[in-house]
Design a protein. Structure first.
Length: 243
């Protein structure tokens, strides 16, 4: 393994995919955030916590411009982290991943990781816009969400080890076992403690667009990483020179 080339490949792939995710957020998620924060602002005005004044809107708009401008940078940083994780998982699993090329294997793996560490946790704890959620429960909600991701991720690793040890005609047991395991976890884990008070059209629209944006990230990561791996082949043995 060419370590330096591998590190460059995974970090660049994750960075590019993260930037694409940031652009997707700006295009399809931010409009729902604007609407949700608008409702929150109106609640602040009604309660007297803030005054509907030109100064408020100047400060608010400056903050939102800064926040939106950082989407691509934030996406690049987050994407780089996931790119590193993706690369490590790919190295250890590529020999058993289906596909006639490393590029196809990478796309298949991105689908697995999207499903296990994003979509399944999302079904249990779907994303909510800023108007939904009590600030006092933010830590609890974060712990529940991260715990579910960890359980799903480590569950895949565990049942993958079982998959490798089973005979070919019994490998379906690993898939079935993971499905039963996660169904049990899904039932046992507590529900989101916050009541949804925002309009459901807004909440559902935000959730759907969030799924699209994250899906775009994982698709982009699989395609970019797979293309780079196929081209540069960091796992190709280096031939020793004979003098």
């Amino acid at each position: 393994m060419k370590t330096v080339l591998f590190l460059i490949l995974v970090l660049v792939s994750g960075c590019f995919a993260g930037m694409i995710h940031g652009l997707a957020n700006l295009a399809i998620v931010e409009p729902y955030l604007d609407e949700a924060i608008g409702i929150e602002n109106q609640n602040l005005f009604a309660s007297g916590e803030e005054v509907d004044s030109p100064q408020f809107w100047v400060e608010y708009n400056n903050y939102r411009y800064w926040q939106k401008g950082g989407q691509i940078l934030a996406g690049a940083i987050l994407g780089t982290s996931f790119g590193a994780l993706f690369g490590i998982v790919f190295v250890f699993s590529k020999n058993v991943l289906p596909g006639s090329s490393n590029a196809r294997k990478a796309i298949f793996l991105s689908g697995i990781m999207w499903f296990t560490i994003y979509f399944i946790p999302f079904l249990k704890y779907p994303a909510n816009p800023p108007t939904v959620g009590d600030p006092e429960t933010v830590v609890l909600r974060g712990i529940l969400y991260l715990a579910f991701i960890a359980i799903s991720g480590f569950g895949v690793v565990g049942f993958y080890q079982l998959y490798k040890r089973l005979q070919k005609n019994k490998k379906f047991v690993a898939y079935l076992g993971y499905a039963v395991f996660m169904s049990t976890v899904f039932i046992i884990m507590p529900q989101n403690p916050d009541e949804i008070t925002a309009p459901m059209d807004l909440v559902n629209g935000f959730r759907i667009m969030s799924v699209f944006a994250v899906s775009i990230f994982w698709i982009a990561l699989g395609i970019i990483f797979g293309a780079f791996w196929q081209k540069f082949q960091p796992d190709k043995p280096v031939k020793a020179e004979i003098h």
